[in-house]
Design a protein around this ligand. Structure first.
Ligand SMILES: [Zn+2]
Length: 70
């Protein structure tokens, strides 16, 4: 019975230390904000509708302008 207790406590210690080292290895990775570019018609068609892909306005067929959200 005693052996089991020792094994259990060593496992517990090992587990705890490995958890700590795991946390230490995981350095803070700053969340990089993914800038999502949107495109909008220079004529602000459809109340300045934005598109997530470059292209042409569906209303006036003008080239869409890139809008960088901040
Ligand atoms: Zn347009």
């Amino acid at each position: 019975m005693r052996k089991q207790l020792i094994v259990f406590s060593t496992l517990l210690l090992f587990g705890a230390s490995s958890m700590v080292s795991c946390n230490g290895g995981e350095k803070k990775t700053p969340k990089e904000e993914v800038k999502t570019d949107v495109y909008t018609c220079p004529m602000k068609c459809n109340n300045g509708q934005t598109y997530d892909k470059p292209g042409k306005c569906t209303e006036c067929e003008m080239d869409l302008e890139k809008v960088t959200k901040s």
